[in-house]
Design a binder for this molecule. Structure first.
Ligand code: PLP
Length: 466
């Protein structure tokens, strides 16, 4: 063994204690840590160390050179994109994931895969899905959408009597993908799958909405004249958290052949709150769906889940066999279900959080966040000089400055908020209007935080609070 490693091993309790103390200090400072930074002042990159200096020194280096420039994205006022934090139990699960370093593979001599199965079952129940859905952890919603669309593509092959996994996507000819307000990751998935970004046909939405116009979708399907398609439904759009009418889309399947994929990356969490659950009514009927866990479940990156009712097709796409792997032929192993072969036990952080806080604890995160979004929106809508761009359906507040601001003005406003260390909000364009989004999805965010964000927005815009 390398002598420095041997020394670290000898002093493992002290090494771990130092790391624990750092984590404790960082977490204690999270509420006051700047939500984000606008510049990075880390200096030039260093050369690869020839002789290392041990774990304690590495920790000191990290804390000195890098940690100060890291954002407060785990904290309560990082409201950019859709960003969750990490519950205490999820953090413990994540630490132990690295500690035990399991490869979730059936033949790897571990019960880790069973833990993932138990967790998948809990999540299925949490999101109101029946046992017909099988699931697996992946690294994020983009990867989840990719996996789902790959299975949809295989299904199109089955309809046409060709095998895409054997003969390639070209065997299918042009593929028709229809969606109202798809997330950018859907385009990325189509690029990765050899379907092509241009084959996404965006269908008109309802007036003033981001939800697909079901009649327009039906017209588009009718034009396909019986050729099978993929429909990507959106359950929670990033700008206004709008939801396609999943029941109506499901009903269309009685008249038209299509694979129904639902991108419910964060909108799926509406199912946890009785008040919001109607937004995802029909989710269970999807052929496949995607839910991000590093967003609203508040487990660390990288974690999402994909569900499908068509595991046999999934195994056709992702199956992987070699004598030395000893993979079961029945497609029950996770390595047959997702792009990775060796994969980390992502489920453990989710297992910890669900064990520690249960359905009710996680419902409370959703309900608290939605109440805070509503409060911020309410204050914004009563503030002359600010304008709410859409009603708050769930957890995102989309707003702008009252008199036709430019994108530059909104970018400057976001920057001022960041520089003040008060909040991280991300700019967007909604219905052609430059805007800011505040997305609430962190378990730590309180009423005081929501009000602090409001005060910071008002101050940075030079307005008078309401
Ligand atoms: C965040 C998000 C994604 C992509 O998720 P990643 O975890 O960043 O890969 C996809 N769809 C929707 C609706 C999202 O909100």
């Amino acid at each position: 063994m390398h002598p420095i490693m041997a020394a670290d091993l000898d002093h493992l309790p002290a090494v771990l204690e130092a790391a624990r103390r750092s984590a404790e200090r960082i977490l204690a400072g999270l509420d006051e840590r700047p939500a984000a930074h606008t510049t990075s002042s880390t200096g030039p990159h260093r050369a690869l160390p020839e002789d290392g200096s041990g774990a304690q020194h590495a920790l000191e280096q990290f804390l000195r050179r890098w940690e100060p420039g890291f954002s407060g994205s785990a904290g309560p006022r990082f409201l950019g994109f859709v960003t969750g934090g990490t519950t205490p139990a999820a953090l413990v699960g994540d630490w132990l994931t690295g500690t035990l370093d399991q490869n979730v593979h059936a033949a790897a001599g571990s019960s880790a895969a069973e833990l993932e199965r138990e967790t998948v079952g809990w999540l299925r129940e949490l999101f109101g899905l029946d046992a017909g859905h099988s699931g697996a952890f992946v690294s994020g919603a983009t990867m989840s959408n990719f996996v789902r669309l790959a299975i949809g593509r295989e299904w199109l092959g089955e309809q046409a009597g060709v095998s895409v996994n054997q003969d390639g996507a070209a065997a299918l000819g042009p593929i028709h993908v229809l969606s109202g307000t798809p997330h950018s990751s859907t385009y990325k998935a189509l690029s990765m799958l050899g379907i092509g970004r241009n084959h996404l046909n965006t269908v008109p939405c309802l007036p003033g909405r981001e939800a697909v116009d079901v009649e327009a979708l039906e017209r588009a399907l009718t034009e396909l004249d019986g050729r099978p398609a993929i429909v990507v439904a959106n359950a929670g759009t990033v700008n206004t958290t709008d939801f396609d009418d999943l029941r109506a889309l499901t009903a269309l399947r009685e008249r038209h052949p299509f694979w129904l994929h639902v991108d419910a990356a964060f909108g799926g969490f509406a199912a946890l709150s009785p008040e919001h659950a109607p937004l995802v009514d029909g989710l269970n009927e999807a052929d496949s769906l995607c839910i991000d866990l590093h967003k609203w479940l508040n487990v660390p990156y990288d974690s999402a889940i994909q569900f499908t009712r068509h595991r046999t097709l999934q195994t056709s796409v992702f199956g992987n066999w070699a004598a030395y792997l000893g993979t079961p032929a029945d497609g029950t192993d996770f390595s047959q279900l997702t792009p990775e072969n060796s994969r980390r036990l992502r489920a453990l952080a989710a297992w910890f959080s669900l064990t520690a806080y249960g359905r009710v604890g996680h419902r409370t995160i959703v309900e608290t966040n939605t109440a805070l979004a509503r409060r911020l929106a309410d204050r914004i809508s009563h503030t002359p000089g600010l304008r709410l761009l859409a009603p708050v359906r769930l957890n995102v507040v989309c707003f702008t400055l009252a008199d036709n601001p430019t994108m530059d003005q909104l970018n400057a406003l976001a920057r001022t908020l960041t520089e003040a260390g008060e909040a991280f909000l991300t700019p967007t364009v909604y219905a052609g209007v430059p805007a800011l989004r505040a997305a609430f999805s962190n378990w730590r965010t309180s009423l005081a935080d929501a009000d602090r964000v409001y005060d910071a927005v008002v101050e940075a815009s030079g307005l008078t609070p309401n």
